[in-house]
Every structure is written in structure tokens, then in C-alpha cells.
Design a protein around this ligand. Structure first.
Ligand code: ZN
Ligand code: ZN
Length: 709
């Protein structure tokens, strides 16, 4: 008996609910149901959870109503409630809650916490007020209510809840104190913090993250003196406050002593801090190589740190090469990489442009007996997609024996990157787990990248109602893109105006880009002003609006923007392109002067220019600054980094090679896009360009983006 229960629990904990259910001799007992529901909640298995709910309902109606069943039915209902909350189906949770004949403190608290986590602040506060009529709240209910008031700054509610907590003695609870510290701004947060009888690492993390620089570091020292154990979050925040090498090393020492250095996030934060203060990340490698005990965990974390984030950073060279060296190093030391090492390597592969890396890694993982591992499978799907091979990503995804939410989100994002909007929608329709916020970001950007306006609108409109995911800033930004790219500028601007939150720079630059594409100077002017207001340091606002004026010949109106940009010292992000030849990554900047073979590359490019001009290439000179003479404008365009990388790729390509893969740190420009299309008309190789935003597959004179990016 013991063994069976333990087995069910183990299966539930690892998310294998269906398997667990199949081992149960029917009908399941109440504790077994509770275990199954808890498993569904923590793995967000909505479909199974709902099936269990239905099964419980039917079995309770068939069994004659016994007198003492009400307490056990509240117990199970609370588990179902919690499952719906965790699966982000607040609508179902609310419905169940409303229908429950009996509710206890746990029921109220479960729904309150669910609402607070889902950012349904207003509903959360309303429920809390209703709860007070019948129940004295516990510390979790109070902290949920406080957290729900922190985000939108309902000061009055926070102080009322604070007063209530003081009256009921709950203010002495750490959870309540923590919620108050997070909700209040500086001075009040500090006085709550000082008065707290007990503080844990969450308390310290929240007070430290509200502090800056030196202050954060001295608070960190106090925390250590009080003997409160620091965690990853503490170290990450503190690392970002370091402004000198000594501080970095001190934090690194704590991280090593506590063993938290082996957490990839901590190692990454330290690496970042090191490089921000001018120290080389190599310093940390050195520290690492001097470390006494180098085990698999520390090797893995340093690989993960080197792999970095493959999406955002605009000037970082792909870290795959260094990661591969480390990977070889650990294998030389006789260690066998595990699923985490492989996942970290997969992440590193995603930062390269060559799909032979993920495929080699994939092969090695299979031989190590890791086929079928979900976490690794997800990382490999991601890596294949980021290397331009959406087909291999799709194949692996199809072969995975089990998939979780991350798998689906990764696949949808992969389709989005490659402009395969219909495929993304199809995958979404086939999902057997509840979608979350990230699913919708992937889906909406897929619609935007494929020009699927109506589908995008339908997705956006049903997010909250059908799927219980409230649209956030990211979703609005995607939706503005969907409308803007399709030329529906008025609708896009209306959407921005009615957003419930403050539009950020991403939203405004999306709208501005659309205005440029469709030549709406009046709206562009409005968007540019708002963009410059929210993000004066970003160059896009100044550059786009002044070039729009310049293109029209209105130099007088463009002038203030150029001036503003100069005065603020705003710099355009320099375009960089990378191409991998053999085992080396070659980096190209505009002009390519740093490349040793630049003379040969330029000669080759001139020959290619003659060829493509013969089939209709006409340099897009209106994009270049107006101060430059026509001839010079053309020259400037010719030496764009992606053209140089392409030529270098062609020079080194073998006849049997069917594609050339290039990575670029910013978006590809209109001229290079047109140029590459024509180049692929003259030869039978595919050119795959990954820019900061998406993939372009050029073939036979066409691009997979349909000139829509
Ligand atoms: Zn270009
Ligand atoms: Zn394209």
C-alpha cells in the first residue's frame, strides 16, 4: 500500500498524471485525487485537471450524499480551485468558487492568491473586501491583497490593509511584511523593514533591490552579518550594483562559498558585472579555472554564462565558440555531460548561425541516452530554429515523446521567427496544455511577421476571455505591429491610445516604423515625439523622422532632430554581421576595414554589383543621410556589413553547399534586402539571414518574409 501511494506521488510530481491515474485501482480516494490535482497544478496540465474535475463531480453525484462529505468536498474543491488558478484559468476558478456550497479560509485564500498572481488587481481587492465580511484573513490573503495594490499604486488600499494587519497581529508575519516592503516606496518601505520582527531572504532581496550602488552593497553586508542566507536573487541584484573590481570579487567570493556560483543566472550576473566595469569576462574564466573543485555543475554553469542570451544583445559576438571549447574541456577531464550541460550547450548553439552545431550536439545527446528528455528537447528545438533550420526544429518537436508548455512556446516562437504564421496558428490549435502569456507573444508576432492581420486580431481579442491571459505590454506591442505592418495605421494608433498601460519605446518605435513604411509623416511626427519622450537615448526616433523629412526634401524640419540627437550624444547602433567559415566566426562592420581579406572581398563585391545591376539593382540611396553626395551614398550602401559577409561567404562556399547563413545584430536594411534577393536570382544557393528581429530565407529572387519585416 505504502509503495503504491509513494509511486503515485512520484509520478504526479514529475507531471505524469495520466500514468499515475492508470495505476490507481478505481475509484480513487480523496487523498489520491488531491495528489493528482496537485500534480496538474504544478505542471499546468489543464486538460487533465478538467477531466479529473469532471470525474470527481460525476462520482460524487452517483454516490449517495453522506453526511460528513461536505468537509471532504471543500477539501477537494480547494485543490481544483488551486489547479485552475495555477493553469491561469481564473474564469473557471471563479466559477467554481461561486458555485461552492461551502467555502473555508483556504478557498478564499487560493482564489485571492490566484488573482494576485494573474495581476487581476481590481478583482483581487474586491474579493478581499468581500472576504472580510465572513472571515478573518490569514497572512497569505493579506499579502495577496497588498501585492494586488502595489502594482497600480492604490496607496489607500495598501495602508488600510496595513492597518488591518496591525490590528490582527498579522503584521508580524514575514509574508505580510515582505508584501508591504515591496508595495511601499522608499521611506515607508524602510520603516516597515526596520520594524519587522523577523526577516527572511525575500525581505532582504526586496529592500536591496530598491537600493542603489553602495547602499545596496552595505545592505548586503548587513544581511550576511544577520546570518540570513542569501539566494540567487540576492546575488544577482548585488552583482548589478557593483561598480569596482573589488566589489565584484567580494560578491564572487560569497557566491563561491555558498555554492550559488554554480547557478547559471548568478554566474551570468557576475560575468555581466565584470564586463560592465571594464573587466574582461575572461577574468571570471580565470577565477573559474583556479577554483579548487571543478565539477560538472560548475562547468555547466560557466558554459551557460558564456552562452549568454542569444536574442537581445546588439553587439555581442556569438558565444558558441568559447562554449564549445569549455565543453571539450570538461569532456577531456573525463566528465560526462548531463542534460543540463547539453541544454547549456544547446543555448550556446542557438547563438551561432551554423545548424551543424545543434545537429552534432543532438547526435551526441542521443548517444548519451538523453533522447526524449523534455528540457533538452526544448533547448534543441530552440537551437535549430535559431540556426535557421526550422525544418529540423519541427522534426525534433514532432518526435518528442512528451511536450510541455515550454515545448509548445518554443515551437510557436520558431515559426514566428521564420515568418510561418499559419504553422504557428496550427500549432496553437493543437496545444494540449494551457497557453500562457509567452504563447501569445509568440503567436501575435508570428501573425505580424506573416501579415496575418485578421488572425492576429482574433487571437488578441480572445486571449483574455477564452484563455484567461490578460494582454500585457508585449501583447499590445505585437498587436500594434500586426496592424502597422499591414498599413492599418489609424487602427494601430487607436490601439496605442486605448492601451490600459503606458506605451513604452517598443510600442512607439513599432508605430513609427509603420508610419515610415507607409509614408504617414503626420502620424510619424506624433509617434517620434512620444518615442523621444519615453526613450531619449534610443536613436530610432531621431533617425526615422529626420530621414522621412530629408526624403521629402524638408531639411529644415529634419534639422532639429539631427541636432537633438547630437546634443544628447545618441549614437546609432553600429551594424555588425557574422558568418561562420570553417571553425571561425568572421565579424564584419560597415566598410569591413578590420577584416584581413577586405581588399579581395571588395574586388569580388564590385564584380557582383555589375551582375546584379544588370538585372535591375538600383541602390536605395534615399535611406542614406542627405548630407552625402550621391556617389558617396552608393559607396556607403555597398559596404554594409551583411553585403560584405555575403560576399565572403560566397568566396568560401563549396559547390555542394546549398546555403549561406549570416547573422546581423540589427534589422536588415531595405537596400541589402533587395540586393540579396537579386544575388540569389543569379545562383542556386539559398541565403539565410538572421537579423535582430527574424529570419529571411532568400531564394530565386524572393524572400520568405515577402518583403514584410
Ligand atoms: Zn544594408
Ligand atoms: Zn526578407
Amino acid at each position: 500500500m505504502e509503495g503504491a501511494a509513494a509511486r503515485i506521488r512520484r509520478l504526479c510530481e514529475s507531471g505524469r498524471i495520466a500514468e499515475a491515474l492508470s495505476t490507481v485501482r478505481s475509484p480513487p480516494t480523496i487523498p489520491v485525487y488531491a495528489e493528482l490535482l496537485r500534480g496538474c497544478a504544478s505542471h499546468r496540465l489543464l486538460a487533465l485537471g478538467r477531466a479529473l474535475h469532471a470525474q470527481i463531480l460525476s462520482s460524487s453525484s452517483s454516490s449517495s450524499s453522506s453526511s460528513n462529505s461536505s468537509s471532504s468536498s471543500v477539501f477537494l474543491a480547494n485543490h481544483i480551485l488551486n489547479m485552475y488558478c495555477k493553469c491561469q484559468r481564473l474564469d473557471l476558478a471563479q466559477q467554481l468558487f461561486d458555485e461552492m456550497p461551502h467555502r473555508n479560509l483556504v478557498s478564499w485564500t487560493a482564489l485571492l492568491t490566484g488573482l494576485a498572481h494573474a495581476n487581476r488587481r481590481h478583482d483581487c481587492r474586491r474579493l478581499f473586501t468581500a472576504m472580510l465580511r465572513t472571515h478573518i484573513p490569514n497572512e497569505y490573503a493579506v499579502s495577496a491583497a497588498i501585492a494586488a495594490s502595489a502594482g497600480d499604486g492604490d496607496r489607500l488600499f495598501v495602508s488600510q490593509a496595513h492597518a488591518l494587519a496591525c490590528k490582527t497581529g498579522l503584521s508580524a508575519c514575514v509574508a505580510v511584511g515582505n508584501a508591504l516592503v515591496a508595495a511601499y516606496s522608499e521611506d515607508e518601505a524602510w520603516s516597515v523593514f526596520v520594524a519587522m520582527p523577523q526577516r527572511n531572504s525575500i525581505t532582504w532581496n526586496s529592500i536591496i533591490s530598491g537600493a542603489e550602488g553602495r547602499q545596496a552593497l552595505s545592505l548586503f553586508a548587513m544581511m550576511l552579518r544577520e546570518g540570513v542566507p542569501c539566494d540567487c536573487c540576492t546575488l544577482i541584484v548585488v552583482a548589478s550594483s557593483c561598480s569596482a573590481a573589488v566589489q565584484c570579487h567580494a560578491v564572487q567570493a560569497v557566491a563561491t562559498k555558498t555554492g550559488l556560483i554554480s547557478e547559471a543566472k548568478v554566474a551570468t550576473a557576475l560575468l555581466k558585472a565584470c564586463s560592465l566595469i571594464g573587466g574582461e569576462p575572461e577574468e571570471l574564466y580565470e577565477l573559474f579555472s583556479e577554483a579548487r573543485s571543478r565539477d560538472l555543475v560548475s562547468w555547466t554553469s560557466i558554459i551557460a554564462a558564456v552562452a549568454g542570451d542569444d536574442g537581445g544583445s546588439q553587439s555581442r559576438k556569438p558565444g558558441h565558440h568559447q562554449a564549445a571549447m569549455l565543453f571539450a574541456g570538461l569532456r577531456r577531464e573525463g566528465l560526462s555531460p548531463d542534460r543540463y550541460t547539453f541544454s547549456a550547450m544547446a543555448k550556446a548553439c542557438a547563438s551561432s548561425s551554423a545548424d551543424r552545431h545543434p545537429s552534432a550536439l543532438h547526435g551526441l545527446a542521443m548517444r548519451s541516452g538523453l533522447a526524449g528528455d523534455i528540457v533538452l528537447g526544448n533547448s534543441l528545438v530552440h537551437a535549430y530554429a535559431r540556426c535557421g533550420s526550422v525544418g529540423s526544429a519541427e522534426k525534433l518537436f514532432g518526435e518528442m515523446p512528451a511536450r510541455d508548455l515550454v515545448s509548445w512556446n518554443t515551437m510557436i516562437k520558431a515559426y514566428s521567427l521564420h515568418g510561418r504564421g499559419q504553422a504557428a496558428l496550427k500549432a496553437f490549435a493543437a496545444m494540449d496544455v494551457a497557453p500562457d502569456s509567452a504563447t501569445f507573444v509568440g503567436l501575435l508576432s508570428a501573425c505580424s511577421h506573416s501579415g496575418l492581420v485578421e488572425d492576429g486580431k482574433a487571437v488578441f481579442d480572445t486571449m483574455a476571455g477564452e484563455h484567461g491571459v490578460e494582454p500585457e505590454l508585449d501583447h499590445y506591442a505585437c498587436m500594434v505591429d500586426v496592424l502597422g505592418r499591414a498599413g492599418r495605421l489609424v487602427e494601430a494608433e487607436e490601439l496605442v491610445e486605448r492601451m490600459p498601460m503606458e506605451p513604452d519605446a517598443v510600442v512607439w518605435s513599432g508605430l513609427l516604423g509603420a508610419c515610415r513604411k507607409y509614408g504617414d509623416l503626420t502620424m510619424a511626427e506624433r509617434a517620434a515625439q512620444r518615442l523621444v519622450a519615453v526613450a531619449p537615448e534610443r536613436s530610432a526616433g531621431y533617425v526615422i523622422i529626420s530621414s522621412m523629412y530629408s526624403e521629402q526634401g524638408s531639411f529644415a524640419e529634419a534639422a532639429p532632430y539631427w541636432k537633438g540627437m547630437k546634443e544628447l550624444g545618441v549614437k546609432k547602433v553600429a551594424g555588425l554581421s557574422w558568418i561562420e567559415i570553417g571553425n571561425r566566426v568572421h565579424e564584419f562592420a560597415v566598410g569591413g576595414h578590420r577584416h584581413p581579406e577586405i581588399k579581395a572581398i571588395m574586388a569580388e563585391l564590385r564584380l557582383l554589383l555589375v551582375k546584379v545591376k544588370a538585372i535591375g539593382y538600383d541602390p536605395e540611396t534615399r535611406l542614406v543621410l542627405h548630407e552625402i553626395e550621391q556617389g558617396q551614398k552608393e559607396e556607403q550602401l555597398y559596404w554594409h556589413s551583411e553585403k560584405l559577409a555575403l560576399v565572403y561567404g560566397l568566396m568560401n562556399a563549396s559547390p555542394s553547399q546549398d546555403s549561406i547563413r549570416i547573422m546581423k545584430n540589427i534589422r536588415i536594411c531595405v537596400d541589402c534586402h533587395r540586393f540579396i534577393k537579386l544575388v540569389t536570382k543569379c545562383m542556386n544557393k539559398e541565403v539565410i539571414v538572421r537579423d535582430s528581429n527574424r529570419f529571411h530565407h532568400f531564394k530565386d529572387g524572393f524572400c520568405s518574409c515577402n518583403d514584410f519585416w
